[in-house]
Design a binder for this molecule. Structure first.
Ligand code: ZN
Ligand code: ZN
Length: 218
């Protein structure tokens, strides 16, 4: 057995990508320098540059859901970095198998469809080095959206489920407003007011701040 410190030390950087200014995030374990690359939606060269600047080694790619601005660079980076893609929930297959079509529709060029190496379910865990996240299935913005949360570190990556001052749209295929509100109120907020989160777009916030001030939740 190996001693692991009481507080895992992590590093994180947000890399805004695509015309949608999607927050691709790179989160790593400081002990091993192994990293998760979450939602690499595009601008692959820019992402690789950011990885190079941090000096970490990407261990796996995580996806929160199947929308093109979150997954457009995933297959190219999987091949370039030689790492697996994990997530989202299998209910996103209908989106991930049409990334090329959707990319063309939004003028995002030649994006590749995505076939994850591992689908994720509620309660699963993902791990890079000594850093792990629990998986919470949060449908509503899209049917297979997942959130990654580490309760000790008080950190969550929520994709487009929840934003600072807003919530994800539910008018896209497979979306449902009531389901989204249920996911947020019953599965995310109970995780703790002090959990800070990174959204797919815009600034960071905490569950507690949103529980009190988010107009869609109060
Ligand atoms: Zn989305
Ligand atoms: Zn998005």
């Amino acid at each position: 057995m190996r001693f692991v410190g009481r507080m895992q030390k992590i590093g994180a950087t947000i890399i805004p990508v695509t015309p949608f200014e999607q927050n691709c995030s790179l989160i790593w374990c400081e002990e091993t320098k192994k990293a998760f690359l979450i939602d690499p939606g595009g601008d692959v060269d820019y992402i690789r540059q950011a990885i190079g600047q941090t000096g970490v080694s990407v261990d796996r790619i995580l996806l929160t859901h199947g929308h093109v601005d979150h997954v457009g660079g995933a297959t190219e980076l999987k091949e370039a970095l030689g790492v697996p893609i994990e997530g989202p929930h299998e209910a996103e297959e209908f989106l991930l198998s049409h990334v090329t079509d959707m990319g063309a529709r939004f003028g995002l060029g030649n994006l590749r469809n995505v076939a994850p190496d591992r689908w994720l379910n509620d309660g699963d865990q993902v791990r890079a080095g000594n850093l792990s996240f629990d998986v919470v299935h949060c449908p509503g913005h899209s049917p297979g959206s997942v959130v990654y949360v580490n309760r000790e570190l008080k950190l969550a990556v929520v994709g487009d489920v929840l934003f600072a001052g807003s919530i994800g749209r539910s008018d896209l295929p497979g979306g449902d407003h009531d389901t989204l509100i249920r996911s947020i109120k019953q599965k995310l907020l109970p995780l703790g007011d002090d959990i800070g989160f990174i959204s797919g777009h815009g600034p960071t916030s905490t569950f507690g701040h949103e529980r009190e001030h988010n107009p869609f939740l109060v």
